[in-house]
Ligand binder design. Structure first.
Ligand SMILES: Cc1cc2nc3c(=O)[nH]c(=O)nc-3n(C[C@H](O)[C@H](O)[C@H](O)COP(=O)(O)OP(=O)(O)OC[C@H]3O[C@@H](n4cnc5c(N)ncnc54)[C@H](O)[C@@H]3O)c2cc1C
Length: 413
């Protein structure tokens, strides 16, 4: 998508990432290049959000957008032919009268909260925290992703931002069971102290500023994102992919779809909720199925009792990815947000995963007998847990059924 910032010097100077390494339980298992896919660049860029946001803002200004800064929307009221908005700019009240209000105000959107009369459901929230470090040891073009039972369902990352600076963070879903007791800032500190690979990366480096964190809203197909004279985009509409926590591309894409929908609604002189539904339908058609599949995966792995199993499953994916380029492209592409999640529900992907699981069971370390022993131990613990945590298991199972149903519904739209 061209948003007019690709040629700017600041953008060009942002650190380029061409490959990624994946660690499971402290062990580096694979390093692979960012996939080469038609119509996409095979690299990513890491730079501070404040800089990216500023570039986008300046690009909008150049297009003639009137930007009013330091102005916080506090309330609004929708009337038949306009929306009255109450804002606070520094300490002064500011009032605006507009034809249509677009809520692009992030995961804690005030526009969405007033529109829906409630805050987002914790079931549809993930949390992420990050810190910037300088004087660290790194491979400048290599992003590193870490999966451990401690941070699952979620992962932590080490993203080089320059020759000696990095963005280090961790993201996880909010509603897991058993409940996650540690808060994410503590978890990040724990990981920084105890993960040997991350510790080696940080070396004698120091944190710049403090650990910052935000809750993020993931996709909820039942949420309302348009109403009379109101429309939500980006995080405000919950357009975060729950598998990788990415939302920048969906914020940009939904901004474009919103603009196209609004132009046609203005042309028809109809800004009612039913006319603006074209935007809602576009979002569902383009990313609804995929986002729902990601939510389904998240619902399955919310069960932290099974974290040892999920770690084994990840190792199976990696073992297969190591010897099959097409499979690597799907796994790496999904993780990097370049390949839709639905590519993992094809006959090819499932067949390869099952075959690799069988190979691991029969020919893995210790052979089939060790596998049967581990399977029996894990299975017995799981049965015991089901008996002890019947309510939670039932809720988890119902969540999976609901997720599968929503995915099927959106697939057919
Ligand atoms: C730690 C962390 C790491 C992340 N890493 C990645 C990543 O690597 N890749 C990726 O794709 N995504 C990542 N994300 C997610 C990504 O940041 C969001 O999906 C993206 O920023 C969404 O853009 P947005 O414009 O919808 O919302 P935001 O970027 O949140 O922007 C909302 C804007 O609205 C303003 N605002 C809020 N309330 C009001 C109000 N009442 N009145 C006026 N203005 C208001 C805010 O100041 C802000 O400028 C990460 C998130 C976190 C927390």
């Amino acid at each position: 998508m061209n948003i007019g910032i690709g040629d700017l010097t600041d953008f060009q100077q942002a650190n380029v990432i061409t490959c990624a390494a994946v660690y499971i339980d402290g062990q580096k298992l694979i390093t692979g290049d960012i996939p080469n896919l038609d119509g996409m660049v095979n690299f990513g860029r890491v730079f501070p959000r404040v800089l990216l946001d500023n570039l986008v803002l300046e690009a909008a200004r150049k297009q003639g957008v009137n930007v009013i800064t330091r102005c916080k929307l506090e309330h609004y009221t929708v009337y038949d032919n306009h929306v009255a908005i109450d804002c606070k700019q520094e300490d002064k009240e500011q009032n605006f009268k507009v034809k249509l209000l677009v809520g692009a105000d992030g995961s804690n959107s005030t526009v969405a909260r007033i529109m829906n009369g409630k805050r987002p459901d914790p079931q549809h929230r993930i949390v992420a925290v990050r810190a910037y470090f300088e004087n660290v040891n790194l491979v400048p073009n290599q992003a590193e992703l870490f999966f451990t039972s401690k941070s699952f369902p979620g992962y932590y990352w080490f993203f080089p931002m320059g020759p000696t600076t990095a963005n280090v963070g961790v993201g996880m879903s909010l509603e897991n069971f058993p409940k996650t007791e540690t808060n994410l800032k503590e978890l990040l500190n724990d990981i920084l102290e105890n993960d040997p690979s991350l510790k080696a990366n940080i070396g004698t480096g120091t944190m710049v500023g403090k650990v910052e964190g935000w809750p993020l809203s993931i996709y909820n197909p039942d949420a309302t994102i348009v109403k009379d004279r109101l429309l939500l985009t980006g995080d405000a509409a919950g357009l975060i992919n729950s598998i990788n926590g990415e939302g920048i591309q969906y914020a940009l894409q939904s901004g474009r779809w919103a603009a196209e929908s609004i132009i046609s609604c203005f042309a028809a002189n109809d800004l009612s909720g039913s006319a603006l539904k074209i935007f809602d339908q576009k979002v569902r058609r383009e990313i609804g199925f995929d986002m729902s599949l990601s939510n389904l995966v998240l619902q399955v792995i919310r069960n932290r009792n099974l974290n040892p199993l999920w770690m084994k499953v990840l190792k199976i994916f990696i073992a297969q990815a190591k010897r099959d380029e097409r499979y690597t492209t799907i796994c790496g592409g999904i993780l990097a947000g370049m390949v839709p999640t639905n590519k993992a529900v094809t006959v090819y992907f499932i067949r390869k995963s099952i075959l690799q699981a069988l190979t691991t069971a029969f020919y893995g370390e210790g052979g089939i007998f060790r596998f049967i022993k581990q399977f029996t131990v894990l299975g017995s613990i799981a049965v015991w847990q089901v008996l002890l945590q019947r309510k939670e298991y039932w809720k988890w199972f119902k969540g999976i059924l609901k997720g599968a149903w929503l995915s099927l519904r959106l697939r057919n739209q």
